[in-house]
Design a protein around this ligand. Structure first.
Ligand code: NIG
Ligand code: FE
Length: 407
C-alpha cells in the first residue's frame, strides 16, 4: 500500500507498511511516563505502536537512518483527540431475554436484588447457541462503536454444567478474556451445598478449558465468604485467575477474600469498610467500579475518591448485563465517574483504559506506548475531557484495532 493518503472509512485486509497518525490535537496515552501529548503523532507498524511523540518530531519519508520507520501512509486527524481503545474488564454478554419490566418497576421504587438473575437464567437455558452468539455479537459491536477494543465476557446465566460450558465457548468467539461465573446465584431446585460442589467439581472441569478467569458473586442472596473462597480457590487450582463481585449491595467479605487469594480485581466496591480500602491499597488488587449498575438500580455510587486517595488502583467498566446495568457504553461510564464520583476526566479515562488492562493483568492494551497494540479511538473532539463534558454525544469517530480501522 503505497503513497500518502488521508483517512478513509473502515477497511478490511491487512494494511501494508507503517501508518502515521498525524495532527492529533491531544493524545492521551495512559502511559505514566508521558500521559498526555498536545499536537501529537503516532506511528503504527505491524499492528503495534512503533513511535509516539510530538507531531513536529515524527519520522517522515526522507528523514532516514532512524530505528523508526517513516510511514507509508498518513492519517490526518485534523486536531481531534486520540485515546487508547477502552478496556471493559467486566461484562455479562452471553444471555437471552429481556428485563425491561424489572427496570421499569425499579424506577417506580422497587429495590434491586440478586434474584432477578434467575429470570435471565431461564431465558438463556431456552435459547439456541446461535441466539446467544448473535446477542453477544450485537453487544460487542455496540461496544466497539463506542471505542471498546478489549472486553471481558462472563458466563453466569446458564448455571448448569452444559449451559455454563456453552456460554464460555460462545464468549471465547469474541474475546480471550473469558470468565467462568458458574457461581452467579444458586439456581432453583438445587441446594447451595450441592451447587457449590458442582461449581467446584464437574462444572469447573467442563468450563476451565474455555476460561481465563474464575469469578463469584459474593453477596447476600448469592455466595457467602466460605463458599466464595472455596469457589475461587478451586478455580485457581484449575489454572484460572481470580476476580470477584464484592460489596455491590452491602458491606461484605468479598474484598477480604480477593486480597487473601491474590485476585486480579474486586468489582463493584460500592460498600467498603476502611479495612477493605486499606487491604486493596496494600495488596494491589484493582478496585473495578461499575457506575452503570448504580445508575440503573438508582443506588449510591462508589466512593472513588476514597479509593484513589488511599492509593488503590481503580478501573472503570460497564458491567453490561440485562439486569443491573444494560449499557455497553464506556463513554457513559466515564461521564458518570466524573459527574457523580468526583473522578477527574483524566482519572476516569485512565481507569477505563490502563485501569481495565491492569484488572485483566494485560500490559499490551489500554495504553499507547511503543510495543503496545495499536488499539485506539479517535474522538470528534479536541480533548478526551469532552467524554464527560458532552455526555451522551457519540464522540467516537474512528476505532482502530491492531492497527486496522474497524469503525
Ligand atoms: O454485576 N452482580 C451480579 N451480577 C450482575 C447482575 C446480574 C443481573 O442482575 O442479571 C452485576 O450487577
Ligand atoms: Fe457483574
Amino acid at each position: 500500500m503505497g503513497g500518502m493518503t488521508s483517512d478513509g472509512g473502515p477497511e478490511g485486509g491487512p494494511g501494508g507498511g507503517a501508518i502515521l497518525f498525524d495532527d492529533i490535537g491531544l493524545l492521551y496515552t495512559a502511559d505514566p511516563e508521558r500521559e498526555e501529548i498536545g499536537g501529537a503523532a503516532l506511528i503504527v507498524e505491524d499492528g503495534v505502536v512503533a513511535w509516539v511523540g510530538p507531531s513536529s518530531s515524527a519520522p517522515r519519508p526522507g528523514t532516514g537512518g532512524r530505528a523508526v520507520p517513516a510511514a507509508d501512509r498518513r492519517v490526518g486527524l485534523g486536531g481531534r483527540a486520540v485515546i487508547p481503545g477502552f478496556v471493559d474488564s467486566h461484562a455479562h454478554l452471553v444471555f437471552a431475554g429481556d428485563r425491561t419490566a424489572e427496570f421499569a418497576a425499579r424506577m417506580a421504587g422497587r429495590p434491586y436484588s440478586a434474584g432477578g438473575i434467575r429470570t435471565t437464567v431461564a431465558a438463556t437455558r431456552e435459547a439456541a447457541d446461535d441466539t446467544l452468539a448473535t446477542n453477544a455479537e450485537a453487544l460487542v459491536a455496540e461496544m466497539l462503536a463506542q471505542g471498546t477494543t478489549t472486553v471481558e465476557i462472563k458466563s453466569g446465566y446458564g448455571l448448569t454444567v452444559e449451559d455454563e460450558r456453552r456460554s464460555l465457548e460462545i464468549a471465547g468467539r469474541f474475546t480471550a478474556e473469558t470468565t467462568y461465573l458458574g457461581a452467579h446465584v444458586v439456581p432453583p431446585g438445587v441446594t447451595a451445598d450441592d451447587y457449590v460442589s458442582t461449581v467446584t467439581g464437574p462444572m469447573l472441569d467442563a468450563c476451565a478449558p474455555y476460561a481465563r478467569w474464575v469469578d463469584v458473586f459474593c453477596e447476600r442472596g448469592a455466595f457467602d465468604e466460605d463458599q466464595s473462597r472455596e469457589i475461587l480457590a478451586a478455580g485457581i487450582r484449575a489454572g484460572l485467575g481470580a476476580r470477584i463481585h464484592a460489596g455491590q449491595l452491602g458491606e461484605g467479605p468479598g474484598v477480604r477474600v480477593a486480597c487473601e487469594l491474590g485476585a486480579a480485581s474486586a468489582d463493584h466496591c460500592t460498600h467498603l469498610t476502611d479495612a477493605d480500602v486499606a487491604a486493596l491499597a496494600d495488596s494491589g488488587v484493582v478496585a473495578t467500579l461499575l457506575p452503570g449498575a448504580e445508575f440503573s438500580t438508582r443506588s449510591p455510587y462508589p466512593d472513588a475518591r476514597r479509593l484513589l486517595d488511599a492509593g488503590v488502583s481503580v478501573a472503570l467498566a460497564t458491567d453490561c448485563n440485562p439486569g443491573s446495568s444494560f449499557t455497553s457504553s464506556m463513554p457513559f461510564c466515564v461521564a458518570l465517574a466524573v459527574r457523580e464520583m468526583r473522578m477527574s476526566p483524566q482519572e476516569a479515562v485512565r481507569a477505563a483504559t490502563a485501569g481495565g488492562a491492569r484488572a485483566l493483568r494485560r500490559s499490551d492494551v489500554g495504553v499507547l506506548r511503543v510495543g503496545a497494540r495499536a488499539d485506539l479511538a479517535v474522538l470528534s473532539a479536541p480533548s478526551y475531557v469532552h467524554l464527560a463534558y458532552r455526555p451522551g454525544v457519540p464522540l467516537v469517530a474512528q476505532v482502530w484495532k491492531d492497527g486496522r480501522r474497524v469503525v
